[in-house]
Write a protein that binds this ligand. Structure first.
Ligand code: LMR
Length: 394
């Protein structure tokens, strides 16, 4: 059996983690994997999460199974966080999953189960694991134009043109906020236009929202998901708690299936539970429980929201500093997009060769498509990065 195994393609983002670790240079800068780092370069446990963990240690009396869809209280707080009052709770089926990746995987499988011939339209580019999972599941995916290489903003006309190729039942994967890997996002007027196109075509939106609170604020970052959920007959939403609660390794996510037909909720809920059972049985509980405790307790919630806001503002400050530094060094506004982008990432929009030179000559690690994790910077490393970008001739 093992003799038949073939090497699988290495995940480009995770390969960078290893390469960075093995680089002996003290001055190296890690702008690779999407993990938040503070100015000291560490990824702290958030204060409210730590407090909830202490409380949980005191009160938790069993580690027995919960439910196949996880604790309904987790679903409730997350539906509220992401969707607010955009839709009736009775129209949402939800299941906890191992991280946002697990939610995406279950969403694709649900689509495949319901509509085996449907395709998934994905932004070009998208998070590489989206297409990797789709390939693994044998689901056809179709890229739609998204990133404008000249402006480093959204190629909205190209996107609309490509969405014309949708057929009824196709799924359209959209990043709810903080597009990964580009950092370029639609505005709400554009979202409404996309929703109208999807409704006209009978296509189903799937929102991947992994960075709520990292872009323009907790409410602002949920606005697109809320708009979509309130304007379409059906949609899927994959939410991650990895980044905004800083609980990466706890694998905490939620898949929501929203339908305007309340009568479908029961079957949708059973299907999500069934899919969990087939893939991993019960979802991880620890992170979900912490999130539930934080969101249910007004003091913990306020403290979490404050810390998250500080994280967001810190990243915005770094963006502005970097754009300003590059403006000074280049004598032009051509890097202004860095301050316009939102979330953890920006795509610099340069060649793999330049990215390789940044790594080899300056010890600066970014993904080969020139995606930079802005949270990997601090006030001292921004000028170093800016100078390196100019030196290699970006
Ligand atoms: C990223 O895009 O870097 C993160 O979502 C981490 C991952 O799993 O790829």
């Amino acid at each position: 059996m093992f003799a038949n195994l073939k090497p699988q393609p290495a995940d480009k983002i995770l390969a960078l983690v290893k390469a960075f670790r093995e680089d002996p240079r003290a001055e190296k800068i890690d702008l690779g994997v999407g993990v938040y780092k503070n100015a000291e370069g560490t990824t702290p446990v958030m204060r409210a999460v730590k407090t909830a963990e202490k409380q949980l240690w005191e009160i938790e009396s069993t580690k027995s199974y919960v439910g196949l869809a996880g604790d309904p209280a987790f679903s409730d707080v997350m539906i509220d966080l992401v969707l607010g009052d955009a839709v009736e709770r009775s129209n949402v089926a939800a299941a906890a999953t191992p991280g946002g990746t697990g939610a995406c995987r279950q969403a694709f499988e649900l689509m495949q189960m319901a509509n085996p011939d449907a395709r998934v339209f994905v932004s070009n580019p998208t998070w590489p694991n989206h297409t990797s999972i789709l390939n693994y599941l044998g689901i056809e995916h179709v890229p739609y134009r998204y990133f404008d290489a000249d402006t480093r903003g959204v190629d909205f006309d190209g996107m609309l043109e490509d969405l014309k190729g949708l057929k009824a039942g196709d799924l359209v994967l959209l990043h709810g906020c903080c597009h990964n890997p580009t950092g370029a996002n639609l505005n709400l007027t554009q979202w409404q236009i996309v929703v109208d196109v999807l409704n006209e075509k009978g296509a189903i939106p799937m929102i991947d929202i992994a960075y709520q609170g990292f872009g323009d604020g907790l409410e602002e970052d949920a606005a697109a998901a809320r708009l979509v959920a309130s304007c379409v007959p059906e949609c899927l939403i994959a939410a991650s708690c990895s980044k905004n609660f800083g609980i990466y390794r706890e694998r905490t996510g939620l898949l929501m299936a929203v339908s305007t037909e309340t009568s479908r909720q029961g079957l949708n809920q059973d299907t999500l539970a069934f899919l969990n059972r087939q893939n991993f049985s019960f979802p991880p509980d620890h992170g979900a429980r912490l999130v539930t405790m934080v969101l249910q307790d007004p003091d913990l919630r306020a403290d979490w929201a404050k810390e998250l806001e500080d994280v967001r503002l810190g990243m915005l400050g770094l963006r502005e500093q970097l754009a300003g530094e590059l403006k000074r060094l280049s004598g032009s506004d051509r890097f202004g997009f860095l301050a316009q982008h939102r979330g953890m990432f920006s795509r610099l929009g340069t060649t793999p060769e330049m990215v390789e030179r940044l790594r080899a000559e300056h010890g600066i690690y970014m993904v080969g498509d020139s995606r930079m994790n802005i949270a990997g910077l601090n006030a001292q490393s921004v000028p170093i990065l800016a100078q390196a970008i100019i030196d290699v001739g970006v």
